[in-house]
Design a binder for this molecule. Structure first.
Ligand SMILES: Cc1ncc(COP(=O)(O)O)c(C=O)c1O
Length: 391
């Protein structure tokens, strides 16, 4: 059996959106589901679920440099961002500001808009240039947008459409504790070196189903010790008044049980970490180095084919990278540009083309993982130039 279930007929250059899960991890997930179904009452109520989850928490905490007391599971980074913003609403006053950048992932920016409107607060946006020369431009743009009303900065560790590794620690050093920094690290763990407690921020949420390669529906939220009071899931359940008997305190109790759900994706995270680690002779550090180098190689090929300058320095690139494309009249208002369908339908290449920052401008984003080869990017470069010429 091959390591991945990816369709061999397609070239997969979109690990960024949904990740990919090794076949062995999906088998482990099926075994977990069978264990649950053998006796759901025993699994959920007689200690198996809580013990399994606490063990996964220990493994994930070690992988991302978190303390177990502050680490809980959610189904995705979107849910993690929502939980933090919902919890902060009572502390916001009218005219307080939640700051985002214009590279913010749309779903999470929407969550900021809704939380701000409930509290009478406002969302402000820092315009971060792209292309850019160095990460100092990000720091200047964000700090330049901070006012004495800014209470929260919501920022991606690796931006979605533009694929930039953001200078989170530098920003946090300037802003915390007056401005709470909430990091949407959807892409970070498993892609770049990433240690949540070293960042100096209040909150970090990240997906396990992207670069940690777990089954889909697994993510975590870490909350710094001084921010744990008043923190709750957006779904209020038994744990709110202590009705879920987690041994890990109020934070765990509220997130460990949000109603009946399939926890098997959370429980596959240790299997995923072990499976990917075993794919490289140097384990995870080798994986991260290999996929980053491959991504940079792919980006070089695209830059050459498009005859453009690198839109960002190499040190702001992990395993996804975006290049700006010529503006297109037909891009409409959808998040994805029609060129994405052309590359898929005519060339069998799955690669996202985002309308960014707004139509008619657009960017194409590649990804690199262990299942990719340098030739994938040669084929993309050729197909892209052909499609752009054809208009
Ligand atoms: C920066 C960022 N945040 C959040 C998400 C959302 O991830 P999910 O759909 O798993 O919540 C993505 C997805 O690509 C992302 O790029």
């Amino acid at each position: 059996m091959t390591a991945w279930l990816l369709d061999p007929e397609a070239i997969h250059l979109n690990h960024g959106s949904f990740g990919a899960t090794p076949a062995s991890v999906l088998e482990a997930q099926q075994a977990i589901r069978s264990r649950i179904e053998a006796n759901p009452t025993r699994f959920f109520l007689e200690g198996e679920y809580q013990a399994s989850l606490d063990e996964v928490r220990r493994v994930v905490a070690r992988f991302v440099g978190a303390d177990e007391a502050g680490l809980v599971f959610v189904t995705n980074a979107t849910a993690g961002v929502n939980a933090v913003l919902r919890s902060l609403e009572p502390s916001l006053s009218p005219d307080d500001e939640i700051l985002v950048t214009d590279h913010e992932y749309n779903a999470c920016a929407n969550a900021a808009v809704v939380s701000a409107s409930r509290a009478g607060a406002v969302v402000t946006t820092a315009p971060v240039p792209f292309p850019l020369e160095d990460c100092g431009e990000v720091v200047d743009a964000v700090l330049g947008a901070v006012t004495d009303r800014t209470r929260v900065l919501l920022i991606d560790a690796v931006t979605s459409a533009t694929g930039l590794v953001m200078p989170i620690a530098e920003l946090a050093a300037q802003l915390e504790p007056d401005v709470r920094v909430l990091v949407d690290a959807a892409h970070a763990p498993g892609m770049i070196d990433f240690d949540v407690t070293q960042l100096g921020v209040s909150y970090v949420t990240a997906n396990c189903h992207k670069w940690m390669c777990s089954a889909k529906g697994a993510a975590f939220l870490w909350v710094r010790p001084d921010r744990r009071d008043g923190m709750h899931h957006s779904v209020i359940s038994h744990g709110y008044n202590g009705g879920w008997p987690s041994g890990g305190g109020h934070l765990h109790a509220q997130f460990d049980w949000t109603g009946t759900h399939d926890p098997s994706s959370w429980l596959t995270v240790p299997d995923a970490l072990a499976a990917v680690e075993a794919m490289h002779p140097e384990g995870w550090s080798g994986v991260k180095t290999t996929i980053r180098e491959l991504c940079l190689e792919g980006r070089r090929k695209l830059i050459e084919a498009l005859e453009i300058e690198a839109p960002a320095p190499d040190d702001m690139i992990g395993a996804i990278a975006s290049v700006p494309l010529p503006a297109a009249d037909n891009s409409g208002s959808a998040i994805f540009d029609p060129l994405m369908a052309a590359l898929r339908d005519h060339h069998g290449i799955e690669v996202p083309v985002f309308t960014w920052p707004a139509p008619p401008e657009r960017v194409l984003r590649i990804s690199a993982h262990l299942y990719n080869r340098p030739e994938d990017y040669d084929l993309l470069a050729k197909a892209l130039v052909g499609e752009l010429r054809a208009g």
